[in-house]
Design a protein around this ligand. Structure first.
Ligand code: ADP
Length: 159
């Protein structure tokens, strides 16, 4: 079974990575799909975000990292995914995710949405918090994968 894990990943955090590793355990193939949504005014380009995810995952045949434009439901259908997997942190994630899951069900009735609970140590973590800390010169150790920490700090502090 193929699962799609979509998101902005601007940038990938240890919370995302935790979901990626755990989601890969319950499917044959996991496609991590970076949404190319310019209206969100991302700090990193799509290429940078894909590259940082690849570097964080390392060489794994069961995980593919790519980007998509347009509707997630169309992308998931095109790649033959049975379901979309989303991470859930607090109740505040729920309302939005609930709406998206129902909309995607309307667009593509065969496509399921699965939710995986965040690991408790990452429940406070978001890409926007990482950016805010890095922009202000704070320490992002333990919040993002070690191999991309310098890269994030460099890009965000010299803006
Ligand atoms: P963010 O909300 O950090 O900007 P994204 O839009 O990139 O993240 O989110 C992609 C997916 O990852 C969503 O399903 C989101 O709920 C999930 N996610 C984000 N941060 C975490 C975390 N710390 N733990 C679990 N899931 C997360």
């Amino acid at each position: 079974m193929t699962l799609v894990y979509p998101g902005s990943f601007d940038p990938i955090t240890n919370g995302h990575l935790d979901i990626i590793v755990r989601a890969a355990c319950i499917c044959d193939k996991l496609i991590v799909a970076v949404g190319n949504n310019e209206s969100k005014r991302p700090a990193f380009t799509v290429e940078e975000r894909v590259e940082m995810i690849r570097a964080s995952i390392g060489d794994r045949e069961d995980i593919e990292v790519t980007s998509f434009t347009g509707l997630l439901a169309d992308f998931a259908k095109k790649v033959g995914a049975r379901a979309v997997i989303k991470g859930l942190r607090a109740m505040s994630d729920f309302e939005y995710e609930f709406q998206m899951a129902l909309l995607n069900k309307k667009l593509e009735p065969e496509l399921e949405t699965l939710f995986m609970m965040t690991s408790v140590q990452y429940s406070f973590l978001s890409s926007s918090a990482v950016k805010e800390i890095a922009r202000n010169g704070g320490c992002i150790d333990g919040l993002v994968p070690d191999c991309i920490r310098e890269r994030i700090a460099r890009k965000l502090t010299c803006r």
